[in-house]
Design a protein around this ligand. Sequence first.
Ligand code: NAG
Length: 541
Amino acid sequence: MRSLIIPGFLALIASSALADVVYNVVGFPDTEKGAFGVVINNKLTPLTTTDATFPLWSANVVGANPSSGYRYVKLDDAGTIIDKEKFLRRITTVKAKSTPNEFYQRQNTFTTFPAVPQIYPDVLPSKSKAFDDTQIATIHLTADPVILADMLANPLDEERKAIKAGFRFINADTVYSAAEVKLKVSGHGSRKFKKLSLKVKFNEDKGETFFNRPVIKLRSESSEPTFIREKLYFDSLNAIGVVTTQGAWVRVYVNKKPFGFHLLVEDMDTPFLRNTIHKGNAEPAELGSLYQMGSHVIGQEGTLIYNGSLTANYNPDVYSNKNLGANTKDEPIAQFAAFMKDLAEYDPTLPGGLKFWNTRLNVDQFLKAMVMEYLGGAWDGSWWKGNNFLMYFNPTEARWQFIPTDFDSTFSDGNLADVAVPYKQFAASRLRRKGKDHPLITKLIYKNKEINKEFEKILKNTVQKVFNNAVLDPRIAAYEKFIEAEAAWDFSIDRSKNPGKDPKFTISTFHNSLTGPVTGISYGVKPWINYRATDVPKQIK
Ligand SMILES: *[C@@H]1O[C@H](CO)[C@@H](O)[C@H](O)[C@H]1NC(C)=O
């Protein structure tokens, strides 16, 4: 910019009136040679992209007036405007030399949410940039179309090897690219849907760690029309200080085509142990053993019932070892079997239950996770289903740590008759099923008086201060507004050629499942919270 010698206040006006501004928009053109542009005061400036930045389109507009409103437009192959944004944008700070990376037709790049109070100590490391949930990032995956199509056409093949893909993550201030990641279909139950979850593994050896979260999942939330249940469950776990993954909503495109609106979370693997549980510390030098329990084999559950000391005594599809820790390769379950043996031999009527278990298990983390399973009506979780949890032998604490995971089937998103009961009934019903008792629940929470008292204390406190409509409804309302257009976009994607189920959600289902029942989901999120929040105090004397 030319500098002029003029009196002070005039110089100020001049500097705000004339500047070079870089405009940045994320978007996918309709045609191969299509593009985007920015229109300022009726003047069109085409934006350009590169292989290193696509789908981010940018241009430096020389001598732009930062206080002028602007709109992004979509251009056809010939550079003619075929679509323009419905609203006028403005740069909010006059000094800005560039706009954030804005998303085409999304008016608000950033948002803020009403806070959920932190009622127990926050046990998480500072949030990774991957989980900035105040904005919606765009992920673009690129893969060989034939290999990709074959993987997506056969989602039930859980043994299928990961395929190679290019990865790009763009949010308002970040473009993160990895030339080659490993891409897989992820999950178990979610594989039966037309919309799939994906797992992305970065090449840590090349230093590609994706903000210290090198194994991520893009969860489809296929059976969850609001997309909000899992996020709200994270919020609640965070508020009561339970270690779990964080989550942020993202838009996913694959080979320039819409793929879906997903929840980006971290996979519970060794990087999670290192970066989240141990907060990125070098200690312990060796991570402990990690097991994931799953009940996706029909009729079997991760009950934690002792069945002998040998690995062969446990179905590896139900008890899967994810990190060896102090075990031998031949007997990966040895250490965990010893824990189950202690549990089997434990007499819950004896005094000193809390002390006894605290030397073996982080009881506090376990009870808080169970409080949320009960409050959240997590019928697909550990308490009810022996599913969706991990046990980690934390070497720093020299005891086991319970880690909950996968919360899409919560807030009554399941068989209501199962979960809409007092917690003691919920616990006792596990005892009655022959061979399917859940002793960690029935012995500790249900039968041991001392631990039960602790459980009730946390349950009551959580209902009073976090899990109630006064606290959570404003947050839900902000989420609803923030992602409404994203949900509509997701529901509009044509997945008819994919195998699997289509729950046929619409934007009405999205809104209605927050406030009441919809087909297949018996309770709305808000009435469910109301039910539990008013019922729990009646259960505790
Ligand atoms: C217990 O171990 C035996 C083998 O010793 C096996 O046949 C049985 O299926 C196991 N039970 C469970 C519930 O894993």
